[in-house]
Design a protein around this ligand. Structure first.
Ligand code: PGA
Length: 251
C-alpha cells in the first residue's frame, strides 16, 4: 500500500456550534500520532470557526483536514443558498464531498452536475471526495456493478489524480441503516472501482473509501481489506470517542 488510509467524518445536518466546535477540538486533540489521514466535514456555518479550533488543538504533525459537504460548480454569482468551492477554500477547507447520495436524492443531483462540482473543487485547489453507490433494489436486481460503472464514468473527470480525487463507495441501503455489505462484497466492488480507474490512468496510490454504517465495531475488519483506502463515516462521526475509535482501527 503506497498511501495512508483516510477517515472522513461527514456530520451532515447535525450539531449546533457549541457541540460541533467541541467535537472538532476533541478530534484534533485525539488525532495526534494516528497512522491515517483524518478529515471532518461539519455544516457550512461552522467551517471557519472549526478551522480555528482544529489549528488551536493540533498536536504535532497530525493536522485534521477540514471539508465542505457540497459546493456549487460556479466561482460566484446569483445562486441563492449555494457555496462555491473557492469559498470553502477561503474558509480553511482542504476537501469537499461531491455527489453524496443524500444530495443526489434530496436535490436531484445528476452525474453531470456532480462532475462539474468535482471540477470546481479541482479549480479551487480542493480534493474532491466523489460518492457513488447503488440502491438496494439495484443490488437485488444484480445491477450494482453497472450502476456504479455508469456513475464513475459520468461523475468523474477523465484526468483524476490521486492527490485531487478520492472515490467513496457508499451503498445507499447501508447508509444510516446499521447494515453493511459483506466484506467480500466490499472488496469485490472496491476492486472493480480500482480496475475502472486503472484502465483510465493507473490505479496506484488511489484511495477508495467505503461508507455506510461504519462504526468502531466493524471498522477494523473493513479497513483491513487491501482495496479499502479509508472510510466515509456519518452517524459514528458525531461522537469523538467513536470517530477516533474508527481512526484507531487503521493501524
Ligand atoms: P453512516 O453514513 O455512517 O451514518 O451510514 C455514511 C455516509 O452517509 O457518508
Amino acid at each position: 500500500m503506497t498511501y495512508r488510509k483516510l477517515i472522513v467524518g461527514n456530520w451532515k445536518m447535525n450539531l449546533l456550534a457549541g457541540e460541533g466546535l467541541a467535537l472538532a477540538g476533541a478530534v484534533a486533540a485525539g488525532a495526534a500520532d494516528r497512522v491515517c489521514d483524518i478529515g471532518i466535514a461539519p455544516p457550512a456555518v461552522l467551517l471557519r470557526e472549526a478551522a480555528g479550533v482544529l489549528a488551536a488543538n493540533r498536536k504535532g504533525q497530525s493536522a485534521v483536514l477540514l471539508g465542505g459537504q457540497d459546493c456549487h460548480s460556479a466561482v460566484s454569482g446569483a445562486h441563492t443558498g449555494d457555496i462555491s468551492a473557492e469559498m470553502l477554500k477561503d474558509a480553511g477547507c482542504a476537501f469537499v464531498i461531491c455527489g453524496h447520495s443524500e444530495r443526489r436524492q434530496d436535490h436531484g443531483e445528476s452525474d453531470g452536475l456532480v462532475r462539474s462540482k468535482a471540477l470546481a473543487a479541482h479549480r479551487a485547489g480542493l480534493m474532491a471526495i466523489v460518492c457513488v453507490g447503488e440502491t438496494e433494489a439495484e443490488r437485488d436486481a444484480g445491477k450494482a456493478d453497472k450502476v456504479i460503472l455508469k456513475q464513475l464514468n459520468n461523475s468523474l473527470p477523465d484526468w483524476i489524480e490521486p492527490s485531487n480525487f478520492v472515490i467513496a463507495y457508499e451503498p445507499i441501503w447501508a447508509i444510516g441503516t446499521g447494515r453493511t455489505p459483506s466484506l467480500a462484497e466490499i472488496g469485490d466492488m472496491h476492486g472493480k472501482i480500482r480496475g475502472w480507474r486503472a484502465a483510465l490512468a493507473g490505479g496506484e496510490g488511489f484511495r477508495i473509501l467505503y461508507g455506510g454504517s461504519v462504526k468502531p465495531g466493524n471498522a477494523r475488519e473493513i479497513l483491513a481489506l487491501e482495496e479499502v483506502g479509508g472510510a466515509l463515516v456519518g452517524g459514528a462521526s458525531l461522537k469523538a470517542a467513536d470517530f477516533l475509535g474508527i481512526c484507531g482501527a487503521c493501524g
